[in-house]
Design a binder for this molecule. Structure first.
Ligand SMILES: C[S@@+](CC[C@H](N)C(=O)[O-])C[C@H]1O[C@@H](n2cnc3c(N)ncnc32)[C@H](O)[C@@H]1O
Length: 425
């Protein structure tokens, strides 16, 4: 540790409050400031803010702090539009102008790719970074998980009645809400009606689960909404969506891409202009990308671990008459492992598309991809940190061609990345 850092650490031990200027946002949405060279991470800060903060955590190489007072707001700071923003943990960036959020998130994601994971800088220098894609910053979200709980003292509404809420910021407690403006209009209407249930609230609460998944099929106020598990007064079962000429069904239990205004551009970007004979898709869900790959490859094998999603994926192939595609229900890490009886990723594939959950690709899956060496690899990622780690391995044999960022969760710190790679010859 440098002498300057040691000094800063020692000085910080005796200080609770500091005045800081926020430089930029980092992955996860916190603002970054430096105090005597020591990085200090400050949630709910905006670049250019001058803030008085209270130190909440001291570590050898960094500190964390909470804003006590915004002394001078940075040029991108605004009043958060949602009245629940201060307490609710769902959004992290409402205090920043809509038009600035995606640029800040994309810059933080690029920096993550540069600093974590050991990707060869020459790879990033040679990679084409597309213009980040954003759309509709409010009323976009097609899916939500809400918590159902009794109101207690301090919550809006009458004590003891049933309310609907999200996790409180940095806590397992709930914030009960009567609106959520990032939800698609039809979903938000359901949240409003769930938050003011008629009749005997005690009886209502016994009929409701503590957690409810809600999904809608579109951005219109009258788009159908379904719930899981089923509850009185709300439909359950299938939703259907038209996507570039294919019909996709799913229900509220399944993963489905969240931003109703970005479905087509995300699909087009991931599938790209490429084509060939054989493609494999790992972590396929209900077949969102499978239906796109189907038009370009002679055969597509889609692997999905969750049984409900795999069932929908099969039905989606059937109803779109995509007989040259098939779905395998299996954990990807078993499917790629021949020693454990999985078929394994064969060599000679034209294309593999992966869209793993936040944890990224297990080591075994990265090794299988390197061994199989498909001509093209597409990596759709919801976490730039695990993407950086995985690309650090994969770029040993694959060249990074392009990276596109999509703002699938405006008002939050999340960002979706599509990376296109080609086998190095
Ligand atoms: C980020 S979602 C992507 C789904 C799909 N590509 C889409 O765009 O709708 C990840 C999917 O991987 C599935 N999954 C998670 N872990 C898995 C595993 N170990 N093996 C197979 N599938 C898994 C989940 O059920 C989910 O459907």
């Amino acid at each position: 540790m440098s002498a300057e850092r040691l000094e800063a650490l020692a000085a910080l031990a005796g200080i609770n409050r500091l005045e800081l200027t926020i430089e930029k946002l980092v992955l996860g949405g916190d603002g970054l400031a430096r105090w005597r060279g020591m990085p200090v991470f400050v949630p709910r800060a905006a670049p250019g803010d001058v803030v008085e903060v209270r130190i909440t955590e001291r570590r050898p190489s960094y500190a964390r702090a909470e804003i006590e007072e915004v002394k001078t707001p940075g040029p991108l700071r605004r009043e958060a539009p949602c009245p629940f923003y201060e307490r609710c943990g769902g959004c992290q960036l409402q205090h920043i102008e809509d038009a600035a959020q995606l640029g800040l998130k994309a810059a933080a994601a690029r920096e993550t790719l540069r600093r974590l994971g050991g990707i060869d800088p020459a790879q990033l220098a040679g990679c084409r970074f597309e213009e980040p894609v954003g759309e509709r910053a409010w009323g976009y979200r097609l899916r939500a998980q809400v918590h159902i709980a009794r109101r207690s003292e301090g919550d809006a509404g009458s004590e003891g009645s049933v309310g609907v809420g999200f996790r409180r910021r940095r806590s397992h407690d709930l914030v009960l809400v009567d609106r959520c403006p990032v939800l698609a209009p039809a979903l938000e209407k359901e949240v409003r009606s769930l938050s003011s249930l008629p009749g005997d609230p005690a009886a209502a609460s016994t009929k409701l689960p503590s957690r409810l998944s809600l999904a809608t099929a579109g951005l219109e106020p009258d788009s159908p909404v379904v719930a899981a598990p089923p509850v009185d007064g709300l439909p359950s079962g299938d939703l259907e969506i038209d996507l570039l000429g294919r019909k996709l069904s799913y229900d509220a239990r399944c993963f489905f891409q969240a931003h109703g205004g970005l479905l087509e551009s995300l699909l087009r970007s991931a599938v790209g202009p490429f084509e060939g004979d054989a493609a494999v898709e790992l972590y396929a869900g209900v077949g969102f990308f499978t239906a796109g790959l189907a038009g370009r490859y002679g055969s597509v094998t889609a692997v999905e671990g969750e049984s409900v999603a795999a069932r929908y994926a099969r039905n989606n192939l059937r109803r779109n008459r995509l007989g040259h595609c098939r779905v395998e229900r299996s954990a990807v890490e078993s499917w790629v492992d021949r020693r454990r009886g999985g078929p394994g990723l064969e060599s000679g594939l034209d294309r593999v598309l992966v869209d793993p959950p936040r944890g990224g690709l297990p080591r075994k899956v990265r090794s299988a991809l390197l061994n199989a060496a498909p001509n093209r690899l597409t990596y759709v990622s919801c976490d730039p940190a695990t993407l950086a780690r995985d690309l650090g391995d994969l770029t040993r044999d694959f060249d990074l061609e392009s990276i596109s960022f999509f703002d699938v969760f405006p008002q939050t710190a999340h960002i979706e990345t599509v990376a296109q790679l080609r086998l190095r010859r």
